[in-house]
Design a protein around this ligand. Sequence first.
Ligand SMILES: [Mg+2]
Length: 318
Amino acid sequence: MSRHLTLGPGSEFDAVRDLLARWGPSAIGIGDDGAVLDVPAGSRLVVSTDSTVEEVHFKAAWLTPEEIGWRATTAALSDLAAMGAAPLGVLLALTVPARWRGSLGALAEGIGAAVSAQGAPIVGGDVTDGDRLALAITVLGHSRRPLSRAGARAGDTLYVTGALGGPGSALAAWMSGQVPGAAARARFAHPEARIAAGQWLAAHGATAAIDLSDGLAGDVAHIAHASGVRCLLTLDTVPCMEGVGISEAIVSGEEYELLVAAPAIDVRAFAAAHGGLALTAIGEVRAPAPGDGADVVAEQGGARVTLPRAHDHFAEAR
Ligand SMILES: [Mg+2]
């Protein structure tokens, strides 16, 4: 049996045939009006969607088409990591202006590499014309006990995967007309979705998780508010990429590292299970002070410091 239905005639379907040829076994069951998927018995379906838009999330001059495809797909898959879910499939809605048509194959290569790295088959999608390149990517996953932002409890420790600051550092370089360093650029262009880490952490007692898309300083507040707790960050312990300072690292967005709350986790066992990926304790969860509500406080060198405001997509340009 073919892995796909036979598609009808026309240039749009020729383009889809070309995509399917590039994706090979990374795409399954394409060509019907909808995808039909099995969710393992006893598991919940976990769904998320994410958009990457030219001139909003990246400039064409910064990245190769392969990198644009990889990055957009990884950003979407990262939400499954934050939920502790295993991937079931990916749906792609691609808006491809005429000037990008010649790069569609290269974009598809990046998308295919990202889905195959996580064992998340492409199960459907749509390609349309438009004014700007845009990749709207829906990810489907499953978990018996999905993680949420809302489960952190007083007494938990806050942990973060990896080292922060690379994407923010690359972005700052580009925005000031400079060329970012290779390591920082790679963290922006080729992030990793911490899918295996998310499932491991869920299985080892994590109570809450979020993937870092807006920066640690802003994203920790989502856990604090969703869980109704106070989060204390000890900035001296936050792992920063080499050459990046703490004040830059905590506002660096699009990291796609995981921030989790959990009772004590064996960080050496975590690293051993994830090819040496670091898991670092960076703070603790406390009960909110009476009348004080949920919030985030930070300390550096033993002194209380104020965290910067988070990135807000709808805020006026600053
Ligand atoms: Mg997220």
